[in-house]
Write a protein that binds this ligand. Structure first.
Ligand SMILES: [Zn+2]
Length: 233
């Protein structure tokens, strides 16, 4: 098989959950539908087609929040520079201790940095909480919007490190009934968030990279992404 030479040192990891009608969502599960509009049997011609129609909120599945999601006049997803969407990736693994009410702390970041070095500017930071194991059980994953999340202080420290964005394998870095401090801090700083990441456990703490590939929808404040990890062999 022909291999792209530039990628020969990496294993590609799909960090994306498939969009499906029964996936967990922030709102109740009526935000996404996919239907056959015109089927093979509807085609009188020799060549048969099936066309489908999708209806969806944009913040579903593995998706990106652009600054405009919270900040009027902030960048929309289509305006984010590719240089910020293709980045070295740092993964803080906390699955061993994370639970529904776990909040990533400044101490967790200091512990990570003591072991792996200070988080480099320009990194994308991913929090691997292990919560994605419930993805196929929507009620358990949503859990009344209580899941592992990130503290405002930890978010502020990551911003002080000048990271490009923050991702997590839950519905959000902010739980429900919060004031959404992580959204406020990151999006007002012109950074982006990625939510509902799959297979975060497969990336190394440091040395790997990510490609965040959102649907390019004009003026979209959020968008589904194909999130790819490049894991160093
Ligand atoms: Zn969000």
């Amino acid at each position: 098989m022909l291999k792209l030479n530039a990628l020969k040192d990496y294993t590609l990891i799909d960090l994306t959950h498939p969009l499906s009608i029964d996936m967990p969502q922030w709102e109740t599960n009526d935000g996404f539908s996919l239907n056959v509009e015109y089927d093979y049997s509807d085609c009188p011609e020799a060549v048969k087609f099936r066309t489908q129609k999708m209806q969806t909120r944009l913040g579903v599945g593995t998706h990106i929040d652009g600054p405009a999601h919270c900040i009027a006049g902030g960048m929309t997803v289509d305006e984010l520079p590719l240089t910020s969407l293709i980045s070295p990736c740092v993964v803080i693994h906390i699955a061993a201790k994370a639970h529904a009410h776990y909040v990533l702390s400044v101490d967790d970041i200091h512990t990570f940095e003591a072991e792996h070095g200070v988080i480099a500017a320009g990194s994308f930071v991913m929090i691997a909480t292990g919560w994605s194991r419930w993805w196929s059980q929507a009620d358990k994953y949503r859990n009344n919007l209580q899941f592992p999340s990130v503290s405002a202080e930890a978010a502020a420290l990551l911003l002080a490190r000048n990271v490009v964005g923050l991702g997590i394998d839950t519905l959000s870095p902010d739980v429900g009934n919060s004031e959404f401090p992580v959204h406020q801090l990151f999006l007002s700083a012109g950074k982006y968030l990625v939510e509902n990441i799959a297979h975060a456990d497969r990336l190394a703490p440091v040395g790997d990279a990510i490609l965040v590939l959102p649907m390019k929808i004009q003026q979209a404040t959020e968008a589904p992404v194909r999130l790819l990890g490049l894991h160093v062999n």
